[in-house]
Structures are given as C-alpha cells and as structure tokens.
Design a protein around this ligand. Structure first.
Ligand SMILES: [Fe+2]
Length: 307
C-alpha cells in the first residue's frame, strides 16, 4: 500500500482563464507562480501549490495530486501499484514544484499524480487574508464503497466519518478530511476547500469577498462532522468554494480519537457513522435552531450548497 501524506494541488478547468486567475489571485490571495496561454499555477503565500487552472469546461476536476514520503523511489511505487493490479506511469514536469510523479487513475476516472519530492515556492507577502493550503476536495460519485476501497487499500487513506452510508470523509494525515465523497447520479466536483488559520481570517475572508462582490451562500457555521467552521461561496465559474478553520485533528492514529475540543459533543470523539439525518451544522444555518419549522432541504442556504 502507498501512504499518501498530504493533498497537493487540484487541477480545475475553465473557459475563462483571465477571470479565474483574477479570482484565485486577487480575491483568494493566491500567487500566480507560472502562467501560459492555457495553464496557470496558483500557490499559497507560504509556498504550497494549491490550484492548477487549465482551459476547458467550467469547474471540472481534471487531476489531483498528493505527496508521499520524500525519499521514496517512484519506481518502487510503480511496482507496488502493479502488485495491487493498478496501472501507472511515470510523468515529469507536473508543476513548477513537482518534477516527477507516478500517475494512476482513480475509480471515478480522475488522473492522480503521486510525488515524493516537492520544491516549495518562495514565500510572498501576506495578503488581506491568507489561505494556508488547499484543505480538501469533495466529489460526487456513483459508487462510494468502490472509491473508499481504492483510497484506503491503494493510497493509505483512513475513514474519519460517514453520514449514513452515502457521504464519507477521509483523511491521509492529521486533518479530519482531505477528501470527501457523496453518492450522486451525476459524478462531478462538489466543492473545494481552503484552510485559513483561525476565526479572524474567516472574518476577513468574508469582508474581502463582499468587497469583491462575492457573497456567501452558506455559513459561517460549525459543521458537526469534522467540526470545521466553514463558509461557502461560488466563484464566477460556479465552483463551490469553502473557506474553513478549526477542523478536527487526529493527532495520533494509535490513540484513535480526535484531539478533544470544547465544541465536541462526545469525549472522546472517535470516527463513526453518523445518522443520515445528522444536522449539517452544530451552529449557524443548518443547525437545530435554524431549521425549526422547516424541512432541512427547504432552507435557501441549504439549497445553495446542495444544488
Ligand atoms: Fe468541505
């Protein structure tokens, strides 16, 4: 089994390169590290690659990348995958920070680049608010069990939580989730999420988005699953983008519980299957107080995030 250590960058297509570069660069405060006519890389101010834009349809996830342990021989990765019956190939020139990777295709058809060596980009001046990294990518799939089996057995992910048997949250390091998958008839990107340091950054992000005429469609609120404080908006390509902080941390896999936090409902808090009707939020829209008198799916904000 390969052991993924962190989510790298996501490759997303757009028919509007200039508009999306403006959004990720000037609104979200990422830095354009490299740009050609039909490809651009955007990195955090601390040097992590976050988004690759390529020319194409609006908001399709074209590739995903993950870092494995530095020092790993990529030829061994190819052999290991072969043993598991997975075809892969070595590729070079993945991104400005990634010279070489092993590429395989996940069960939903997304090319996945695994790399061992990563060259940090130079740090840049902090922005109005600061994205630390691409935190997670959520995707709608036809067969959630198949994709859980692949990401656990081939790439070393662990299941953090389930909502019913249709929505799964998976981790590859201390973060509660770097990937989540929800069953849907139409496989497609659900949302991408960027991590910020703390609440004050969430506050500044909301102010800055509004200054740029982008309004939140959901949040702020604290989720129950993962407990991240999250806000959601859509960019001009209608990609749903979450900005979050305070996600649950599994600091020691051997202990098996998430690091206790004052807002948890259980102590200790272990990974589990939540009931299908578990509320989206502990507080904020989608929490118990707000949905009194409503069906959850009647809430305008809920529709905005779901639709
Ligand atoms: Fe999310």
């Amino acid at each position: 089994m390969i052991k993924v250590r962190r989510l790298g960058h996501a490759t997303i297509s757009t028919p509007d390169m200039d508009g999306q570069i403006d959004y990720y660069g000037n609104v979200l405060g990422l830095r354009v590290a490299e740009r050609s006519n039909d490809r651009a890389f955007l990195v955090s101010k601390q040097g992590f690659e976050a988004i690759e834009l390529v020319r194409g349809e609006k908001g399709h996830l074209k590739r995903l990348s993950f870092q494995i342990a530095p020092g790993t021989d990529l030829n061994d990765v190819v052999k290991e995958l072969q043993k598991l019956g997975i075809k892969s190939e070595k590729r070079s020139g993945i991104s400005p920070g990634v010279a070489e990777a092993v590429t395989l295709i996940d069960p939903k058809g997304t090319p996945v680049d695994l790399y061992a060596e990563y060259k940090f980009h130079e740090a840049a001046q902090p922005a109005y608010f600061n994205i630390l990294k691409l935190g997670h990518v959520a995707y709608r799939v036809l067969d959630v069990q198949e994709i859980v089996k692949f990401y656990t057995e081939v790439l070393g992910f662990r299941v953090s939580d389930w909502r019913g048997d249709f929505f799964v949250f998976m981790r590859c390091n201390t973060d509660h989730h770097s990937l989540n998958f929800i069953i849907d008839e139409k496989p497609q990107l659900h949302h991408i999420a960027f991590e910020v340091l703390d609440w004050s950054e969430i506050n500044k992000a909301g102010d800055w988005l509004a200054r740029n005429k982008i309004h939140l469609v959901w949040g702020p609120g604290r989720h129950i699953i993962g407990h991240n404080v999250a806000t959601y908006h859509r960019n001009s390509d209608l990609v749903r983008v979450e900005i979050f902080t305070e996600m649950d941390q599994m600091k020691d896999e051997a202990l098996g519980y998430f690091d206790p936090r004052p807002w948890h409902q259980e102590f200790p808090l272990y990974p589990k299957m939540h009931g299908p009707e578990t509320l989206r939020n502990y507080w904020g829209y989608g929490s118990e107080r707000v949905i009194q008198g409503y069906q959850t799916n009647e809430l305008p904000q809920y529709e905005a995030i779901r639709g």
